[in-house]
Ligand binder design. Structure first.
Ligand SMILES: O=P(O)(O)OC[C@H]1O[C@](O)(CO)[C@@H](O)[C@@H]1O
Length: 430
């Protein structure tokens, strides 16, 4: 289970403030549980875990295995919830550096850089060392099937696939979209592309445990059954004993009520950087409505202590901080002893980087609290598929509960349309 430590935030809140917020969080949890809150038709991310569909997990795993055996490159074309969850898990559990001969995952469709597309097409057109062409698979993910960034990139990539592989391209293009509607479904009908369905009752940012996230994650070689059942376990545990998630929601809500406007969400594990980006969308699109919500800012430590650390320590006291910790070391890499000790680092000889990093976390936490920043720490035991699955569901449930505390519908994102409307007008779309 995800562990929650709010002791670094409680000194900033009175008992009355905590009690009031706790009542609101308990009420919000009941709304989620009984589907009685606004937007309850979007609770499919819970039903998914209540009644797991092993057949779909199996289907995804075996397709992923076939792709892994044949592909050199797997392109995931999507934006927002259609790629952030997969990227978060792949980076959390994968390798920092490409392993030779291993399949390469490339992201596309998440911006409109022509230079990126140009270079991507050149890159996938390059021959391998033995002179043979690269074997490329393309997974386009778009619930609406109309998102411009994704659709534009898919148009170019699909053309490249057809030019390169001819009819066989149909076997190499996999579409993940809604059951019906949207341009993608028309292409699927016309060209017979393989299709995975995003359930209607699950919004993009809550979709990582559907084929949206699971196919790319499985293609990356990660055990999706373990990931999924890690989430199922967390779901079951929190239905029984929601104390941890309620504590976090209570604390964050009380701090927001007291005027905190930014939640700096950081980890001392750089492999969790993209996980922070996933949380950022989950919270940002869910809570940022009606003039309410905290700005979710993602940081990666200790790197960002040398860029944002000053601001967090001494800047405007309008922020709180959420640390995401992993208790167990992910490597035993050690500081070696040096005969001459010119750099004066021998006092650390024999210690692991993990041990030093833990001290950096503890020191940072202490300093930030002293500097007036309330701190909450969320911890998982190990960085593996099971615990990352737990963390995913924990954040999903937390988001729903916390946003209901604000009396806001967590599951829509009406504000995203404003830029689209203005952009399409400028582009002359009819
Ligand atoms: O899967 P789609 O429909 O392409 O949408 C991608 C993303 O765009 C948004 O709708 C915002 O425009 C997100 O909520 C979503 O995750």
């Amino acid at each position: 289970m995800v562990d929650v430590d709010v002791s670094g935030a409680l000194p900033f809140l009175s008992e009355v403030e905590q009690d009031k917020a706790r009542q609101q969080a308990l009420k919000a949890f009941e709304q989620v549980k009984h589907g009685s809150g606004e937007g309850a038709e979007w609770l499919g991310w819970r039903t998914l875990l209540e009644s797991p569909n092993d057949a779909i997990l199996e289907q995804i795993s075996s397709l992923a295995q076939a792709i892994r055996e044949d592909a050199d490159v797997f392109i995931l074309c999507g934006i927002g919830g259609s790629y952030l969850g997969a990227k978060a898990v792949i980076e959390a559990l994968g390798s920092f550096f490409p392993i030779k001969q291993d399949l390469e995952i490339i992201y596309a469709g998440h911006h409109m850089s022509g230079r990126y597309m140009d270079q991507l097409l050149q890159y996938i057109s390059q021959k391998k060392e033995d002179g043979s062409p690269k074997s490329v698979y393309l997974n386009v993910v778009s619930k609406s099937g109309t998102t411009l960034e994704t659709a534009l990139s898919f148009r170019s990539l699909r053309k490249w696939m057809i030019d390169t592989y001819g009819e066989e391209s149909a076997n190499r293009i996999i579409c993940t979209t809604s059951k019906e509607g949207g341009a993608l479904n028309e292409l699927i009908d016309e060209f017979g592309y393989r299709k995975f369905v995003i359930p209607d009752d699950i919004g993009g940012r809550f979709s990582v445990l559907t084929p949206v996230g699971l196919l790319p994650i499985a293609v990356a070689g990660i055990d999706i059954q373990t990931l999924f059942y890690g989430a199922v376990n967390e779901y079951q545990a929190l239905e029984e004993t929601p104390d941890h998630v309620i504590q976090y929601a209570t604390t964050r809500y009380a701090l927001h009520q007291k005027g905190k406007a930014i939640d700096v969400i950081g980890s001392f594990k750089p492999e969790l950087h993209s996980f922070g980006n996933w949380v950022q969308q989950l919270l940002g699109e869910s809570e940022g409505k009606d003039g309410k919500g905290m700005f979710p800012a993602t940081t990666s430590y200790s790197t960002d202590l040398h860029s944002l650390g000053q601001m967090i320590q001494n800047g405007n006291r309008n922020m709180m901080e959420t640390f995401i910790n992993v208790n167990e070391a992910t490597s035993g890499f050690k500081v070696e002893s040096s005969e001459k000790n010119v750099d004066n680092l021998n006092y650390l000889s024999g210690k692991t980087f993990h041990e030093i990093n833990v001290k950096a976390y503890l020191g940072t936490k202490e300093a930030h609290i002293d500097g007036g920043v309330p701190v909450v720490t969320l911890s998982i035991e190990k960085l593996n598929a099971q615990h990352v699955g737990s963390l995913i569901y924990f954040f999903e449930l937390f988001t729903a509960i916390y946003v209901y505390c604000l009396e806001v519908n967590p599951f829509n994102q009406p504000g995203v349309e404003a830029y689209k409307k203005a952009m399409y007008q400028l582009l002359g779309k009819e």
